[in-house]
Ligand binder design. Structure first.
Ligand code: UDX
Length: 447
């Protein structure tokens, strides 16, 4: 351990859920908290940590330290946990099982690092009792949206009643995924008792988001649980120079396009598109009038792109589009003036990045929280969802029509600009409140 860490006043051990989309909000929170004098340990698998290490600014390397999971825990995790190429949602149950059975290993990390506070994801109910046994306070940090979180708590508390906000619903073909999500989110012990379940043993719950966007859902979640939900702000990664330089050809191509003429198409870090969705998106892009950058990812490492796309697709694209296999510098692309929209699965990080940088969303949600986030995007007025048919199939005409309305005709621009301006006005208000809460929690326990 670096000796300079001892000079900082409060040390926080952060334990995010695995995967890039989960650790990045923790890292952004960590960066903000270092500006308030906290020292941070960030604990995860080597694969997850390796995806963010270069994002720790050199001037913060003495204030944020990464900590790998103990070998006995990581060796029980499924193989996908040890790659940076996605962590499919169906592994959630297996991961949770490993974590739930690793109390001893986690306890030894706590004993060794002796943090003043533990911040953990709500899918890790083993955390508070361990911290308590060592007299260390702990706080949940939920990286999902408040709309999804309040929807979930509503479901736990009032399983028979509809969520009171009428536009926030799962569609018929999405309900199977909702059941899966809600079942996985529950604490197994609480599930047995049949009570409202995610482990919420603390008074304050941190949540990724802003009152400016989700004020009423934050209030609703607080009312349902009796806990104080404190938003940490959008926590968006700033466009980053390293990533940019590795994609200079792509960005030069974008420079040549007209202002707001290009749509960015990307579906996050975890999920791989089905063949049917690939076809719907590909034909939809060709039928639309927008230029595009499409990031495609596959579970296999060796892939011939042509074989995954509709026949002749790449020949038809010409100068209108760029395909990127694997990974693109999303935030650098979203802030580019020639980008006029984002075809997104509505992972919560992507939604917040769009709101923060003022990019209209063409919502194509896939699973888990994404459908509910997409409903919020429409409620906010910052985008439009592509409606699937009754069997959940993605229709190319529908994709093209929404891209044309949202991107080519710039149909939601006024609202998008308003949201961006409102978020910019918030400044550091929310993170200041979080820092005050955390200091107060630590000082209460010490006194
Ligand atoms: C996961 C879940 O799938 C999602 O439902 C949940 O809301 C958050 O956790 P993920 O699928 O990775 O997230 O999507 P998202 O939340 O949008 O996060 C992806 C992150 O990766 C974003 O910060 C995005 O900027 C970054 N990214 C993704 C890139 O920088 N380049 C890429 O090519 C793809």
């Amino acid at each position: 351990m670096n000796s300079s860490t001892k000079t900082q006043s409060l040390r926080i051990l952060m334990f995010p859920w695995l995967g890039y989309g989960h650790i990045t909000p923790y890292l952004e929170l960590a960066k903000k908290l270092t500006t308030k004098g906290f020292f941070i340990y960030l604990c995860s698998t080597e694969a997850t940590l390796s995806s963010i290490r270069t994002k720790i600014p050199p001037n913060l390397s003495n204030s944020i330290q990464t900590v790998s999971l103990p070998l006995e825990v990581s060796q029980d995790l499924p193989a996908e946990s040890h790659t940076t190429n996605g962590l499919p949602p169906h592994l959630m149950v297996k991961l949770k099982e490993v974590f739930d059975n690793s109390a001893q290993s986690f306890s030894s990390i706590l004993k060794q690092l002796k943090p003043d506070l533990l911040i953990f994801d709500f899918l890790q109910p083993w955390a508070p009792p361990l911290a308590e046994a060592l007299n260390i306070p702990s706080v949940i940090f939920i990286t999902s949206s408040s709309v999804m979180t309040s929807f979930m708590f509503h479901h736990f508390n009032h399983p028979e009643a509809d969520f009171p906000y009428e536009n926030i619903r799962f569609r018929e073909y999405e309900s199977r995924l909702m059941d899966e999500l809600l079942a996985n989110a529950r604490d197994p012990k609480e599930r047995e008792k049949g009570s409202a379940g995610v482990n919420m043993s603390r008074e304050v719950v941190l949540i990724k988001g802003s009152r400016e966007i989700e004020g009423r859902y934050i209030k609703y979640a607080s009312g349902l649980t009796g806990k104080r939900f404190v938003p940490v702000g959008p926590l968006v990664q700033e466009p980053d120079d390293d990533q940019k330089s590795s994609s200079s050809e792509l960005l030069s191509w974008l420079d040549q396009k007209e202002a707001k003429s290009t749509v960015f198409v990307s579906f996050g870090s975890e999920y791989f598109l089905s063949k049917e969705d690939m076809d719907g998106i590909a034909h939809g892009l060709l039928q639309s009038k927008a230029n595009f950058i499409w990031v495609v990812r596959f579970p296999e490492t060796e892939v011939v792109l042509e074989e995954k796309l509709p026949e002749g697709f790449l020949d038809k694209v010409g100068e209108r589009g760029k395909m990127v296999q694997g990974w693109a510098p999303q935030t650098s692309i979203l802030v580019h003036p020639n980008v006029g929209g984002f075809v997104s699965h509505c992972g919560w990080n992507s939604v917040m990045e769009s709101f923060k940088f003022g990019v209209p969303i063409v919502a194509v949600p896939m699973h888990l929280d994404q459908p509910i986030n997409a409903r919020l995007v429409e409620e906010v007025g910052a985008g439009e969802e592509v409606l699937r048919d009754g069997d959940g199939r993605l229709n190319a005409e529908a994709v093209a029509a929404v891209i044309n309305r949202v991107v080519v005709e710039d149909g939601v621009r006024a609202k998008v600009d308003e949201v961006k301006a409102r978020l910019a006005l918030m400044g550091d208000e929310e993170i200041d409140e979080v820092a005050r809460e955390l200091m107060s929690i630590c000082s209460k326990l010490r006194s």
